[in-house]
Every structure is written in C-alpha cells, then in structure tokens.
Design a protein around this ligand. Structure first.
Ligand SMILES: Cc1cc2nc3c(=O)[nH]c(=O)nc-3n(C[C@H](O)[C@H](O)[C@H](O)COP(=O)(O)OP(=O)(O)OC[C@H]3O[C@@H](n4cnc5c(N)ncnc54)[C@H](O)[C@@H]3O)c2cc1C
Length: 402
C-alpha cells in the first residue's frame, strides 16, 4: 500500500521537528519519518547545551516551542572571548546593542521534550516511528516514492516534496547522489555540566587555545555548560580522566574567571567534522539542517542555521500549489546561499583560530591586535553570529519593529 503526502520529512531531530511545526500553518499534508521509537527521544536530544541565537528564540517563541520548556533557559547577556597566551579579549554586552540578551542556553534534552510537547498538538501531522528511510525512487508524475522500514515491515510513501533532515550521515542525501565536501578538524569536543565557585552571571565565555576551544555557557540551573575541545590523539586519555582530573584539565585550559570548578556531571564526546553538501536540491527533494551542512559547534551555529533553513522553506511553501515545484526549490537554494556561506565561514573562522593548521590564525594572530586595530568589524562579526540575523532573515526570526 502506498500513502501519499504533500511533504515527507525524513528525520525528527532538531530541524525536522521544527520544520514540521513551522509547516502546520501552511495547511499542507505533512508526514515525519523518524527512526527512534515513539517512547524514546532521538539520541541527538542529549545533554549538550544548545546556545540559541536571539533570532532562534524569537522564532521558537512564535512557533509555541519556547513556552513548552520545563527547565529555565540561561540568558546570554554578554560574550567574552579570549585566547590563551594573548592579553587581548573581546567583550560584548547585549545591552550595548539595545537587547536584554544575545540568546539563550537550552539543554538539548529539554528542547527535545518541548518539541515533542508541541508536535503532540499538531492534529494534521502524520508520524511514522520507528521508521527508517531506506530508498528513494525517481520523480514520476509529480511525486517521489520513498521506501521506509517500519515495525510492521516495508512501506511505500509518495511525496510531492521529500525533505532530508536526517542529519550528518544523511541516507536521503546519499540516495539522491549528492556529494559532500568534508574536513576532519582532528578534534573531539567533550561536553559536561559543571558547577563553579561563582554561579553564572549571564556571561558566555569562549576561550581559544592552540589545542582547541573551551567554552563555559551560562545554563538556567546555576551550572555552566562546558565544551572542551581536545586533539584527536588525546581523546581516549581525556575520556579516561576521573572527575578531579577532568576538572583540573578544564581549569587549566579555561583559567579562573568563574573561580574554582567544583563538580562535573557526565561527559559526552563528539568527534568534529565539517560535512557540506555540494547541492541543496534535487528533483522534488531538499536537504536541510545537518544533512545540508554540518559545521564546527564552536560558534554555536548549527541548529540556528538549520532552523533558518526550515523557516525559509515554510515561508516559501505558504500558499504554494505545488510544494515540490522546481522553481520553488531553486528559489529556496538561492535564498539560503548568503546565510549558509557566511555562517560556514564564521564557524570555520572561529574553529581555525584554535587549530594549529590555521591560515586564519596566522592572519588574525592576536585577538589583542584585532581588537585594538579593527574593533567594529570583529564585533559585528561576532554579534552577527551570536544573534543569528544574517542574509535574508525569515520573518519569524524578527521581533515586531526590529
Ligand atoms: C557538542 C555539540 C554542541 C552543539 N551546540 C550547538 C549550539 O550551541 N547551537 C546550535 O545552534 N547548534 C549546536 N550544535 C549543532 C546541533 O546539534 C545540530 O545543528 C543539530 O542537531 C542539527 O539538527 P538536524 O535535525 O539537522 O540533525 P539531527 O539533530 O542529527 O537529527 C537527525 C534525525 O534524523 C533521524 N534519522 C537519521 N537517519 C534516519 C533514517 N534513515 N530514517 C529516519 N530517521 C533518521 C535521527 O534519528 C535524528 O532524529 C551542537 C552540536 C554538537 C555536536
């Protein structure tokens, strides 16, 4: 039996679920295919701390998701960037830009629960889970066939538009034959919840060292979300450290700006690769989120960018008779080009500041030099990243009057 939908979203992670919510107001018949069973949360909704740019907070509030968060988010009122062995630093105050905050820190697990609560309110959304995308047919008569594996066996769906929101190793992207450009940063990021002598005061710290970045994000629960980058060769040794050894390591990399680090929760580790699709569109198919571009997390941009992918598409589909029309998909790719390339350059630029192979690090040798000589461009570069207003900004990202 074949079931037909206007739009089939493969992947119910951060971007796929957000897209499903954003598409509700278009009135289209939308389905979401997610490999994780209904009773569980997709693995991506783990203990990582997500820093939501102001544009993201605006949009998720308009979509009714922020209101579903049960744990308090942590406001980022200032950003402090420093580099080990360098007296220069960049300090940005949201108040100087007429804002209460640059964004909010939310734990991915809490965000997953909020998305799920909002998805449960969508009467029209068809959900296939656990269901794994396995294959794609050619376009015929204005639809594409997808094959999915469900608990009841194989099933066929017809979609006027297929969305690949199935993450970095996207099976849909592979089935479409879209190649990727990849780069291994030779870094692993460790993430944990940490308590320090001084509770968060709204400052997000980014500390750059030659071995990798260390960030402390102000969570809403009086803890910091620590992100600590290490070279691949050190991964096993860092994973094996006991709590005291781990805290001593982070303290040495980060310094004493929040006093002594007192206790740490469990650590999770993420090897870091950049994976960028060479095209965003194929007949009756689009790539969104990590399937389209997986970037270094240092600039906290991945989901923020993926959400803008989703919102742009939702805007374009509003009132459209054929959601998979070739001209519409081309328009989508054109609209995403500037934000995509600038955000990629931003994240890569920050990442390279911390890598030894870095041409950019050579050029921007010293943050001190940068700040002294070139303050305005650096600040607008960082603020642009932190707030998420880049390129053609989707309407839901803008507050009234801004
Ligand atoms: C340590 C770390 C920190 C980060 N911090 C930030 C941050 O502060 N701010 C920010 O904006 N971003 C951050 N990111 C990036 C962010 O996590 C990603 O951008 C985001 O997860 C991308 O969402 P996605 O929906 O595209 O992909 P994913 O979240 O990976 O979701 C893909 C979904 O597809 C499903 N799936 C996969 N294959 C199939 C299949 N064949 N069939 C059906 N379903 C399938 C998976 O189960 C999953 O649910 C961070 C990333 C890391 C690693």
């Amino acid at each position: 039996m074949t079931t037909r939908h206007d739009v089939v979203i493969v992947g119910g992670g951060l971007v796929g679920a957000s897209l499903a919510i954003a598409l509700e107001r278009t009135g289209l018949d939308v389905a979401m295919v997610e490999a994780t069973p209904a009773a569980a949360m997709p693995a991506v909704f783990d203990q990582r701390n997500l820093s939501f740019a102001a544009a993201t907070v605006n949009a998720l509030t308009a979509l009714g998701v922020m209101q579903k968060l049960r744990a308090p988010a942590g406001a980022i009122q200032r950003i402090h960037v420093s580099r080990q062995g360098d007296f220069g630093r960049v300090r940005l105050e949201a108040a100087d830009y007429g804002r209460d905050s640059f964004g909010q820190v939310v734990v991915a697990r809490d965000f997953g629960e909020a998305l799920e609560a909002r998805l449960a309110e969508l009467p029209r959304l068809a959900r296939y889970r656990p269901a794994r995308f396995v294959a794609l047919g050619e376009e015929t008569e204005g639809v594409r066939e997808l094959r999915i594996d469900t608990e009841a066996g194989g099933q066929s769906l017809h979609a006027r538009l297929v969305i690949a929101a199935d993450g970095t190793a996207s099976a849909v992207r592979a089935a479409l034959g879209i190649d990727t450009d990849e780069h291994d940063y030779a870094q692993t990021l460790f993430v944990a919840r940490v308590r320090a002598e001084r509770a968060p005061d709204g400052t997000a710290y980014e500390r750059l060292t030659a071995h990798g970045p260390t960030a402390l994000l102000p969570r809403g629960d009086r803890h910091y979300g620590v992100v600590h980058g290490v070279g691949t060769g050190e991964t096993e040794a860092v994973a094996a450290l006991d709590e005291a050894g781990w805290l001593a390591r982070v303290q040495a990399a980060f310094g004493w700006r929040v006093g002594r680090l007192l206790a740490s929760g469990e650590r999770s580790a993420y090897p870091i690769r950049r994976v960028v699709a060479q095209r965003l569109q194929a007949p009756r198919a689009l790539l969104l989120g990590n399937a389209a571009q997986t970037i270094h997390p240092i600039g906290a941009q991945g989901f923020n960018l993926g959400l803008r992918d989703a919102l742009t598409l939702a805007e374009l589909l509003q009132g459209e008779a054929d959601p998979g029309a070739a001209a519409l998909l081309d328009e989508y790719a054109a609209r995403r080009a500037e934000d995509r390339s600038r955000t990629l350059a931003f994240s890569d630029g920050l990442a390279r500041l911390t890598c030894s192979d870095a041409p950019l690090a050579g050029a921007l040798r010293s943050l001190g030099m940068l700040v002294a000589g070139n303050t305005a461009p650096v600040q607008s570069w960082l603020v642009g990243g932190a707030m998420g207003f880049r390129g053609q900004v989707p309407a839901l990202c803008r507050e009234a009057g801004r």
